[in-house]
Design a protein around this ligand. Structure first.
Ligand code: ATP
Length: 322
């Protein structure tokens, strides 16, 4: 290759920095020039790119966010606009691109691979873990731990005041984050987009556990994607049933913070492997994880299918509080 470019796109996630570092250092070690594109596809269209050296990625392995910045760029859905992006890459002598982002970003990456001679590799970078074809995504582990840290604190005050807390976590349309957080936090209930929730059942369950002497404070984890405003509606409903619940929306703190050790190792490995796959002649693939090993999956299938929530995992979340 003449030069590889790397960009981060969509919602940022902790671990994007070690992934960028992995790409940059692996490429330089193979004697290939690397460009960092600022602000995702917007920066690519604007030609906002700079040469990366080993020093450009020094001291970032532990930093949250992304030094390359990220953006959403609606115009990129337009094939003519993407031709402009391809022109920018070609004019700068770039013949390979690594895109780090969620499924929207990977859709854009697939389009670029199909519409040009540029070799394109995607890496799953999202706290939601909602990408088909990979069991893990860069940032998921950190986001689970950030949510747990907050919930452990909320539990202290919930128990002091003998109150239930409805804690809303991110995850877009997926219940992965909520289910993992729910299991690890010992939540009384987990509400996710993939499975029906019966509000009456929730009220009943809380009063049953009160009667069973299990205490009168508990955590109910609600995935943001179930339906807009559901967390507050549930709180209202519980109030009508005589409870005094409180609502806590964790929000963007879940996207920030230092990447966990797990995410740093995952991101570093995926970043370096993206370069190995490019050198081996691959394009139009995502590099992800299956059964604990790094694997390649065609971007076409990554974006075509929806990742399902493991029913056993969800069952576990509901089972263990009983
Ligand atoms: P996350 O879900 O973690 O926030 P994401 O990558 O899915 O990450 P999106 O906002 O869906 O976030 O997409 C990011 C960018 O990817 C969009 O702003 C757009 O530039 C590009 N993109 C999304 N969908 C498409 C598409 N269908 N075709 C081409 N480009 C797309």
């Amino acid at each position: 290759f003449n030069a590889i470019a790397v960009l981060t796109s969509g919602g940022d996630s902790p671990g994007m920095n070690p992934a960028v570092r992995g790409v940059v250092r692996a490429a330089l070690n193979s004697g290939i020039e690397v460009y960092g594109i600022q602000k995702g596809y917007s920066g690519l269209l604007a030609g906002d790119l700079r040469v990366m050296t080993s020093a450009s990625v020094r001291n970032i392995v532990q930093r949250g966010g992304t030094i390359l910045k990220s953006d959403r760029c609606d115009a990129f859905r337009d094939a003519e606009v993407r031709q402009q992006a391809i022109k920018v890459l070609v004019q700068n002598g770039i013949d390979a691109l690594v895109v780090i982002g969620g499924d929207g970003s990977l859709t854009g990456a697939h389009c670029l691979a199909e519409e040009s001679d540029i070799a394109v590799i995607g890496l799953p970078g999202t706290i939601d873990n909602d990408i088909f074809g990979t069991e893990d995504t860069i940032g998921f582990d950190t986001a689970v731990n950030t949510a747990l840290d907050a919930i452990d604190k909320i539990r202290d005050t919930a128990s002091s005041h003998e109150r239930h807390f409805l804690v809303e976590v991110m995850g877009r349309n997926s219940g992965f984050l909520a289910t993992h957080v729910g299991i690890a936090a010992g939540a009384e209930m987990v509400i996710v987009p993939e499975y029906e929730v019966h509000i009456e059942q929730l009220g009943q369950q809380l009063s049953d556990s009160r009667r069973a002497g299990k205490g009168s404070s508990g955590i109910i984890v609600v995935a943001e994607g179930r339906e807009p405003g559901l967390t507050y509606r549930l709180a209202q409903q519980l109030k009508q049933q005589g409870e005094e619940p409180r609502v806590c929306i964790l929000g963007h703190i879940q996207r920030g913070g230092q990447p966990s050790g797990h995410d740093r190792v995952l991101a570093s490995g995926l970043g370096a492997m993206a370069v190995s796959y490019l050198l081996a002649g691959y394009s139009d693939i995502m590099v992800g994880v299956a059964e604990g090993a790094i694997v390649d999956i065609p971007l076409d299938s990554v974006i075509r299918y929806r990742k399902g929530l493991d029913p056993n995992l969800f069952e576990l979340a509901l089972l263990l509080h009983r």
